[in-house]
Design a protein. Structure first.
Length: 78
């Protein structure tokens, strides 16, 4: 696996080191886990968006007063 060289300012590195220490991890492990968590967060958000889009029409029909005014019947915002 290729190495990756990442640059931080002294202040940034101090903050990252403190965050790693707070989790009881090495700097290397913390940065690895941070990347993995971000990838998982993006996958979750994408899945949640698909789920919400699938249910949006049903929700709008069940709760017509909850539809933002700008989106009701294609009307422009007042």
């Amino acid at each position: 696996m290729p190495s990756l060289n990442v640059s931080f300012t002294d202040e940034e590195l101090e903050g990252v080191r403190a965050a790693a220490a707070a989790e009881g991890k090495s700097l290397k492990q913390y940065l690895h886990d941070l990347g993995v968590r971000e990838m998982q967060r993006r996958q979750f958000v994408a899945g949640a968006s698909v789920w919400a889009d699938r249910l949006r029409g049903e929700f709008d029909d069940a709760f017509p007063d909850e539809v933002p005014p700008s989106e009701r019947n294609g009307a422009a915002a007042a």
